[in-house]
Design a protein around this ligand. Sequence first.
Ligand code: SAM
Length: 336
Amino acid sequence: SPARAAPFRETQRPLSYLLTERSPLSVADRPISGGDTPAQRIVNPLCERETINALRKQFGFAFNKGLGQNFLVNPRIPWQIVQEADIDASWGVLEIGPGIGCLTYELAQHAGRVAAVEIDAALLPVLEQTLPFDNVHVVHADFMDLNLADWLPSQFGDRPVAVVANLPYYITTPILMRLLEQAPPQLRRIVVMVQREVAVRLCAPSGSPEGGAISLAVEYRSLPRILFRVPPGCFMPAPKVESAVVRMDLRDSPAVSCSNPDAMFRLIRQGFGQRRKTLVNALGNQGPFPKALLGDALDALHLARDIRAERMTLAQFAALTDFLLNHACPDGGAVL
Ligand code: SAM
């Protein structure tokens, strides 16, 4: 059964399954950085260059760049991620992309159940060897194919669920949009490693220049914050960009009320799709609303006629959507 979280712990499991005669891994008891005292050792045998190289040799897999495979090689990072995720045995955790399992290894010792969804078939035999935990279930799937409303309860019953992942960067935004739009209420928390600039964008309050359509979706559903930065040297192979870990606590109810949130997000996407244009032009050139009506809406909301999407707050987008639907389509927004 999973062990309880302890601030600085030694590993609870014998590492013999990794320490075969043919793989000379002397990782069991090594401090991870110069300043650590013996009492502060964090042991994670899957977070070592030697382990990854030995597994590559044994299983003959290569790093798949197209799938965003940059594996963590600093044991402090998964340890810190799991501390900050603040989960215990009453929680289920969905991990997207376990890789060879270094974050999963840490999650297994805290969560009640971990479902780790990996797209790369070449990693499945590796994970079978590296994760001999009763509470870990590796699922071979493309995360984007999962129907979360059915799948989360099928995996976790009615447990509260956290998504904890070092995300593949090529698909960060689609993954987060899917989680924010489709996950049932049992999804309570998302703790993810992303590119640093993306982290800043995710946490940008609406109306600030760093923001984008995704920032408004994050703000609508959650309370986000950046936890810590992670330099490229913590990964193998090292990415070109710096990374950061973000935590989003899902709200019990959305940050603003709007009569038709889907319509609001379509407007938001259209507005940010041409973010250098004024909102009237961005929406008027491609949407169902004439520019004159858009101008009237901005007047009614006391907003400048040349305002751009990036200066709009979430509450203003909600009010704009309600105004447009009331004035152009009293029957509920089919035009959007
Ligand atoms: N968790 C590991 C770690 O921290 O070292 C690996 C993280 S690596 C950045 C991203 C992982 O996501 C890879 O294992 C990759 O194969 C997997 N992946 C990429 N696209 C995926 C998808 N659509 N669905 C599920 N897994 C995916």
